[in-house]
Ligand binder design. Structure first.
Ligand SMILES: Nc1ncnc2c1ncn2[C@@H]1O[C@H](COP(=O)(O)OP(=O)(O)OP(=O)(O)O)[C@@H](O)[C@H]1O
Length: 324
């Protein structure tokens, strides 16, 4: 059966997946989720650990059955037409699994091309083309065990694209990759959309979602709690200003005093490099800089600046707002 021209690339409707946990308790990993990805779109699936992203992705990959609801790829049902869905979808999971460490990149791709049933002539054309696209032509004959994490991830992408899928699903593509490698990977992912593919990706990196995605869907406890363009989600933090203070020696007492100031919406303290960063969210009307610095008199303040909220700020405020 051909996919209808009007079908969304990915259509998830009222999808639920439950697991039986310890003591027979039922856990709803995916709980009534609906999400649609249009053809040629790149959508990010965001959410904290345990939100249900991987379960959703596994259902779309046809390796996990839904408990109820429906999921379709280009109009094909992931349960009833699993084989067609697998043919149309490229799944890129990353990590050390799924590649043969003792084989070269080229031999890995030839092996998987065989497994996918790609005709020999097609393999001879497709494998060098993909190695070139992911920038591994020069190292194609080296064993994968000598590859860096970033190179392995690029090889995973080549592997996922062997059968020229229309829809690509990536699970945390730049997890554990150094900043330069991650930037190259993002360029590679972006290129897939330029080539007309539809991309769904999960990520914990908000700047990655902001840079790459046309839209993001935020999940928590198996449910969708927000959806929109990165810009529209940032706007939901409307009126917020973030005061960022780089400092040393701050403790919970300092955070509590700043949090108690009038006009403050939220405060977070994190370690960064050799020092600390205090992010103070407040309403636009109140300039809290002087009051915050007064409360930090006992600590060493290195730098202070104000900035617009980022997607990460919007995400943190969404996730904490949805906390039960
Ligand atoms: N096979 C399983 N058996 C029991 N519970 C499971 C199983 N798979 C997932 N879960 C539970 O379902 C919930 C959602 O898990 P899932 O892996 O889909 O979340 P996630 O958003 O991908 O998290 P992460 O960001 O950590 O990968 C979690 O509470 C998890 O413990």
């Amino acid at each position: 059966m051909q996919a209808s021209e009007s079908a969304s690339a990915i259509a998830v409707d009222d999808l639920t997946r439950t697991f039986r946990g310890p003591q027979g308790r039922v856990k709803r990993a995916v709980d009534g989720l609906s999400l649609h990805v249009e053809r040629g779109e790149m959508v990010g699936l965001l959410g904290p650990n345990g939100a249900g992203k991987t379960s959703t992705v596994k259902i779309l990959m046809t390796v996990l059955l839904p408990t109820s609801g429906r999921a379709r790829v280009l109009g094909h049902d992931v349960v009833a037409q699993a084989q067609t869905v697998r043919r149309l979808t490229g799944v890129i999971l990353g990590g050390d699994q799924g590649l043969y460490a003792r084989l070269s990149a080229r031999d890995n791709l030839l092996l998987f091309a065989d497994l996918y049933g790609l005709p020999y002539r097609e393999q001879k054309r497709r494998v060098p083309e993909l190695l070139d696209m992911v920038g591994l032509s020069g190292e194609a004959r080296k064993r994968v065990e000598s590859y860096s994490r970033g190179m392995k991830q690029r090889l995973h992408i080549a592997r996922g694209l062997l059968h020229d899928p229309d829809v690509v699903i990536l699970d945390e593509p730049s997890n554990g990759i150094d900043p330069v490698g991650a930037r190259e990977l993002r360029a590679l992912v972006r290129e897939q959309v330029h080539r007309g593919r539809t991309v769904l990706l999960t990520t914990h990196y908000m700047f990655e979602a902001d840079e790459l995605c046309d839209r993001v869907v935020v999940m928590r406890d198996g449910q969708k709690i927000a959806e929109g363009t990165p810009e529209s989600l940032k706007k939901q933090t409307d009126g917020q200003v973030v005061l960022t203070v780089h400092l040393n020696g701050a403790g919970e007492d300092d955070v509590a005093r700043v949090r108690a100031l009038p006009g403050i919406q939220s405060v977070s303290l994190s370690d960064r490099d050799a020092g600390q960063v205090l992010d103070v969210h407040s309403g636009q009307q109140t300039d809290v800089t002087a009051a915050v610095l007064a409360e930090l008199r006992g600590v060493s303040v290195l730098q202070v600046f104000k900035r617009e909220p980022t997607l990460e700020d919007a995400y943190v405020s969404l996730i904490s707002g949805a906390a039960r």
